[in-house]
Structures are given as C-alpha cells and as structure tokens.
Ligand binder design. Structure first.
Ligand SMILES: Nc1ncnc2c1ncn2[C@@H]1O[C@H](COP(=O)(O)OP(=O)(O)O)[C@@H](O)[C@H]1O
Ligand SMILES: [Mg+2]
Length: 247
C-alpha cells in the first residue's frame, strides 16, 4: 500500500463523534459502548443481503472500529429533498428493518431501529441515497421510531423558505408509501414524529445539564433545543394537514 492510501483523512460532517477518519477504503471510528451491538447489526445486515450499510471489518491496531467506506457524498446540512430521494430512503429503511425482523438482535421488538436516520447519516451516489451510516444508536424498537424520525428530518421543516406545509405533508405520504407503512401505523405517524421531536429537545437539555458529554458548544446545544421545539410546534400546529395526507 502506498503512503497516500494509508493516510488518515478526517471525515467532516459528523455531529457527534470526534476522530472519525478515512484510511483508504475504510473508515475508522473510536470504539464506544455501542461498538459490540453495532458490529452485530452490521454483520446481520450483511448476512441477510442488505447492501445499504457499511460492512463491519473489526478492530484495528489502535482499537478503533473499522468499517467499509461507502463512496459518495453525505449531506452536511438539512434541506428539502425530491420525492424520488425521499422514496429511495424510505424503501431502504424498510429493507433494513426487514433484514433484522425476527432476529435475536431485535429480541422482543419488531425490528432493530437505526434511531438516527437523518439525511446526515445517508450516503448519496449522484442524487440517490444508497446507504445509511452511523449505527451507534441502533437498538431494538418499533419501525415507527425510525419512520417518524425520517418523516421529520427528510420531509418536514418549520424554517422560512422551505416548501409549504401541504407539499411537506405530501412528501411524508411518499415516505410512508415507499416504506410500505400499514394503515394503523400511518394513523400514528404524526405522533411518532412529535414524540421524536420532543425527545430530541429532552436529549439536548440533558446534554446541557451535563448528564452526557457531547462535542458541541453551549450555543449549539441551546440552538438544538430551540430548533427541536420549533419543529415540534410546527408539526403539532399542522397535525391535521399531515394526517389527512396520510389517509
Ligand atoms: N462507512 C462510511 N462511508 C462513507 N463515509 C462515512 C462512513 N462512516 C462515516 N462517514 C463519514 O464520516 C462522517 C461522520 O461519521 P458518522 O459515523 O456519521 O459519525 P457522527 O457520530 O460524527 O455523526 C459522516 O458524516 C460521513 O461523512
Ligand atoms: Mg453521523
């Protein structure tokens, strides 16, 4: 291997983890308490033929987790996406869940959830999301936890200058359709979104209170609490628009 290939290139865009680097066609990430579960989930996904995730390649000599590098680009910021992009992400999430259904890792729950399926954890090739990365928060759960969070981060925003609410709502439907969400689940998808928005505010409030060490400035932490609350208010205000679009 040449020296160029062996050089560690810091990977930008991560919001939580310090020290993620690329070396050749691998990604090295500091090991954490989540490492054993992440390794098992990625092994399971690979063994069940799901290709939209990095492969887990073991620990390197420095004790870091090693993953296959997925070529493409990872969005640095949230922004509006096309229906086709949202549909591709939704179908990929379904395939990922299906690959974990009934496994030991899912335990008593329906599936293993990723729990952080924003566009910031998707690798795009050309204009299409082709893989999810960053499985640190993966845990057994209900599909609605992931689809609710995705509805929010891929389709819904309270920001100025984004598509109007009826367009946002239509796109949540695109996501639910692409995922193949069943009727009773669709009826509570907005609740799942609201739950995750409230949970996000709580998570960052706990960071603010010093219960968790996260790489973020005080300003970033208070901005994220305020943003999560604004998004929650927006979703609650237009609940009927979102629910009608899902009928
Ligand atoms: N397997 C991978 N393939 C390609 N890029 C990756 C991979 N893993 C991480 N990255 C890049 O590194 C960045 C940070 O990694 P990530 O696992 O998302 O950590 P964080 O917890 O910081 O969000 C990502 O935004 C992405 O650009
Ligand atoms: Mg990430």
């Amino acid at each position: 291997m040449s020296e160029i290939v062996d050089e560690a290139v810091p990977l930008q865009g991560g919001r939580i983890t310090d020290g993620v680097v690329r070396i050749g066609d691998t990604v090295r990430r500091p090991a954490s308490a989540a490492s054993p579960f992440v390794a098992s989930v990625l092994d399971l996904l690979e063994s069940r033929g799901f290709t939209g995730a990095p492969r887990y390649l073991g620990r390197d000599q420095a004790g870091r987790d090693t993953f296959s590098f997925v070529p493409g680009w990872v969005p640095p910021k949230f922004r509006p996406w096309t229906d086709a992009q949202v549909a591709a992400a939704g179908a990929m999430a379904r395939a990922m869940h299906d690959a974990t259904r009934g496994s030991d890792l899912a335990g008593q729950h329906q599936v293993v959830c990723h729990h952080d399926l924003g566009p910031n954890n998707a690798v795009f090739q050309d204009e299409t999301p082709v893989a999810f990365i960053d499985f640190d928060m993966a845990a057994p759960g209900s599909p609605l936890e992931d689809v609710g969070y995705m509805s929010w981060l891929w389709c819904v925003s309270s920001k100025v200058g984004v598509p109007p609410v009826d367009v946002q709502a239509t796109q949540v439907r695109v996501l639910a359709d692409a995922y193949g969400l069943a009727g009773p689940e669709r009826a509570v998808l907005v609740d799942a979104m609201l739950e995750r928005q409230a949970r996000n505010a709580r998570f960052w409030a706990e960071v603010q209170a010093g219960f968790m060490a996260v790489e973020a400035t005080d300003q970033q932490i208070s901005d994220r609490i305020a943003w999560s609350r604004r998004e929650h208010d927006h979703t609650a205000e237009y609940r009927k628009v979102f629910e009608d679009a899902l009928k």
